[in-house]
Write a protein that binds this ligand. Structure first.
Ligand code: 3HC
Ligand code: NAI
Length: 699
């Protein structure tokens, strides 16, 4: 039939099979193949029913995202879907894996849908800054009603086969997709079931047509947390067209909305982020075909804030963990925190009621490092002190089985030094998770000088297996994320000395789209940690020191750069802090000046980008997009701005270099001098993105 779509006939049932690895995305060839397959099946007088199914690991996972932004190639998906829906012979979609986006839209144009029990169905377009553009916003509400449709389309998360069955999205759960689809098609023929064309079935819209609040309440619930994003609102409007307009008009309006979003800066950034995340899993400089080591059991050392969260992430993915502490009491406390966390999630309905017990059963708490002996991967999360880390790794060398990957979760310390405590530095690397580790998706995988390629591949693969986003980085103080953050922190502090207030700085940063500003973040982490470390190193930071001397350690004391009332985590500006800043500046003989928001934004962002340029130059990160992934998944960088390096390209590197040079002079701060790489790209009129194409040309 075609390279990517096959047509077979089993007696009077035609089976149209899409076979376009890896995910059967709807490229022009696949769209054309489906169209031809359906046409041929309709034309064949022997055929009474048609099954549309997929080979490989999944049903169609959506439109081919790489085609967006390029001139459209025929046939248009909507035209293919109209032919399927208008087929005089029943068409059954037989689903396995994930039916996502355009994939689910294909299934919705079929007259019937069946799926295997672990299939997932969804319209995730909103996560790419889009809305479903091939009838999804019009057919899904007709299949499942507007409330669930809003949840799926505006939220973008898929549902499982059981929920799909309960809500009328599929007709049956079947054993195997192709055979199940075929059996179902025969049943349709035997029972002479009328063809169900969703376009003509408004029955599930009636309630919302009579009472629009059913729809508006669902939209309000789903858009509560969509700060700064355009797509969720446009997607909600499109579901509204299904309720308010005839099908064809709704479809036309949906298309209009889709085309507008495809061309938007937000969607471009979100699509960039999708590919950046996948690119980050490809490790530069590792020989092709390097195999991961097998990881059947993990040991986590330290059941504190991080160790507990890391252990939970593995148990969430069904991987058994030995959790090791120094004493029974510490172990009990750590296990208790995990149990409470899971129970709270279960109480909110986030996981099934029996999940906490099942997950706790995967965690084997032990005292003593000798208990690492069965682990294939050991992750150390003890106190952040080199001497302690070295001691622990010396012992791991003694007890861990040969070939086990030995990882440290250190935030700043030198992995090469840690590795040198062992006789097997080839097995040692960093796995830097972010707090709360059971929630945050980033894992900076730190490649040390002697780390073996297969150890690195193991760390990257296992991170993906536990639903984290790995990015490989090199050894330096703070790796990529914290090293860049330190530059922002430095400027934030300086801004206070020049006259800005914490709430002004934070407001600029949150308006930009970050979840928190640097001062609210400091209050959350605890100001006493930095204070103690400054004292140890004999360093001063007058305003921060003055806060700590006044007992203001942040959220934990109800006061820091802000005040927190009645146990709330909401930061409230505090006149006492302004007074304290004034007094400190007076003592230092400094005058406050009015600092504009634009200056704040530039001084918060540009120094980080400058550091990013140095990181690239030093080879600490292999690609600008890896840095973006780190900021998206470790620090809550707004996805619609793509990441700091992507955003920098959109601002223009010359502008950034010029402003940095200006601030370096104006604030007498040589650390703000533009980095050589930034200067070079700015002078050549190039972008960070151009480095990726330079690299691929060189390869
Ligand atoms: N288009 C193009 N390439 C795609 C793709 C798509 N829709 N989905 C996945 N890929 C590529 C990935 O880039 C990756 O390529 P690589 O191997 O070269 O890096 C490869 O397929 C495998 O993808 P993953 O590594 O993500 O594989 P997983 O097995 O972990 O996940 C998946 C599979 C759940 C299908 C995941 O890839 C995914 O979520 N894909 C996107 C789904 C999506 O957003 N669909 C909606 C698209 S928009 C749309 O349909 C518009 C329509 O309404 C008109
Ligand atoms: P924590 O103080 O909450 O926990 C450390 C735990 O390790 C304690 O429970 C302690 O009893 C245990 N421990 C100490 N020595 C041990 C040993 N020899 N054997 C077994 N257990 C031992 O510390 P936290 O915050 O979890 O940090 C751990 C590591 O993670 C540090 O290296 C830190 O820099 C890093 N990290 C911390 C982040 C955070 O936000 N807290 C973020 C990312 C990394």
């Amino acid at each position: 039939m075609s390279e990517v779509v096959k047509l077979e006939r089993h007696d009077d049932i035609a089976i149209v099979t899409v076979d376009s690895p890896p995910v059967n995305a709807l490229s022009a060839a696949v769209r054309g193949g489906i169209q031809q397959g359906i046409r041929a099946a309709i034309a064949d007088p022997e055929v009474k029913g048609i099954v549309l199914t997929c080979a490989g690991r999944t049903f169609i996972a959506g439109a081919d995202i790489t085609e967006f932004g390029k001139p459209p190639k025929p046939p248009a998906l909507n035209d293919v879907l109209a032919e399927i829906e208008n087929s005089p012979k029943p068409v059954v979609a037989a689903i396995h894996g994930t039916a996502l986006g355009g994939g689910l839209e294909v299934a919705l144009a079929c007259h019937f849908r069946v799926a295997v029990k672990d299939a997932r169905l969804g319209l995730p377009e909103v996560k790419l800054g889009l809305l479903p553009g091939a009838g999804g916003t019009q057919r899904l509400p007709r299949a499942v009603g507007p409330e669930l449709a809003v949840k799926m389309i505006v939220g973008g998360d898929p549902i499982g086969a059981a929920e799909a069955l309960k809500n009328g999205l599929i007709e049956e759960i079947v054993e195997g997709p192709a055979a199940g689809g075929e059996a179902f098609a025969r049943k349709v023929l035997a029972e002479k079931r009328p063809l169900r064309r969703l376009r003509d079935d408004d029955s599930k819209l009636a309630a919302a047509k009579a009472d629009r609040s059913i729809f508006t309440n669902a939209v309000a619930a789903m858009t509560k947390k969509t700060r700064g994003l355009e797509a969720p609102f446009a997607a909600a409007d499109a579901v509204g067209y299904a309720i308010d307009l005839p099908f064809d008009e709704g479809l036309r309006k949906e298309r209009e909305g889709f085309l507008k979003l495809v061309a938007s800066d937000q969607s471009k950034a979100q699509r960039y982020a999708f590919f950046a995340e996948r690119e980050a899993a490809k490790i530069a400089g590792v020989p092709e075909g390097t195999k991961s080591r097998n990881v059947a059991r993990v040991a986590v050392i330290g059941a504190g804030t991080m160790g507990g969260g890391i252990a939970m992430s593995f148990a969430n993915a069904g991987i058994p963990v030995t959790l090791i502490e120094t004493g029974e009491e510490q172990l009990k406390r750590g296990m208790g925190v995990m149990q409470k966390n899971w129970e709270a999630t279960a109480a909110r309905g986030g996981i099934p009621a029996d999940a906490p017990a099942k997950r706790m059963a995967l965690i084997d708490g032990k005292v003593g490092l000798e208990n690492v002996k069965d682990a294939d991967l050991v992750i150390e999360a003890v106190f952040e002190t080199m001497a302690i880390k070295k001691e622990v790794f010396g012992k791991l060398d003694q007890y861990a089985k040969p070939g086990a990957v030995l990882a440290s979760n250190t935030s700043y310390l030198n992995i090469d030094q840690i590795a040198s405590e062992t006789t097997r530095p080839q097995d040692v690397l960093g796995m830097h998770f972010f707090s709360p580790a059971n929630v945050m998706k980033l894992c900076e995988v730190v490649r040390a000088a002697k780390t073996a390629p297969d150890a690195l591949v193991t760390a990257v693969n296992i991170s993906r297996k536990i639903a984290k986003v790995p990015a490989v980085v090199g050894v330096c103080d703070g790796f990529v994320g914290n090293r860049m953050l330190a530059q922002r922190g430095k400027q934030a502090e300086k801004l206070l000395f020049e006259g800005a207030l914490p709430q002004q700085v934070d407001a600029v940063v949150t308006k930009f789209g970050m979840p928190m500003g640097p001062f609210a973040m400091g209050d959350l982490a605890g100001l006493d940690i930095g204070w103690r470390s400054r004292k140890d190193r004999g360093i001063k930071s007058e305003i921060a020191d003055a806060l700590c001397e006044a007992g203001r350690f942040g959220q934990k004391t109800g006061k820091g750069y802000y005040k927190y009332e009645g146990g709330s985590r909401a930061p409230l500006p505090d006149p006492e802090v302004e007074k304290l800043i004034d007094e400190t500046l007076a003592r230092l003989g400094r005058k406050r000046r009015a600092v504009g928001d634009e200056e704040i934004l530039e001084r918060m962002m540009y120094p980080m980008i400058n550091e990013g340029a140095k990181i690239l130059d030093e080879g600490i990160a292999a690609r600008p997009s890896d840095i973006d992934v780190i900021w998206l998944y470790g620090y809550g960088w707004p996805i619609y701005r793509g990441g700091p390096m992507y955003w920098a390209d959109s601002v223009g590197l010359k502008q950034i270099a010029d402003r940095l040079a200006y601030y370096a002079k104006e604030t007498n701060d040589p650390s703000l001098e533009p980095a050589p790489l930034l200067k070079r790209l700015a002078a050549e009129g190039k972008t960070f993105a151009s480095l990726a194409s330079e690299a691929s040309k060189a390869a």
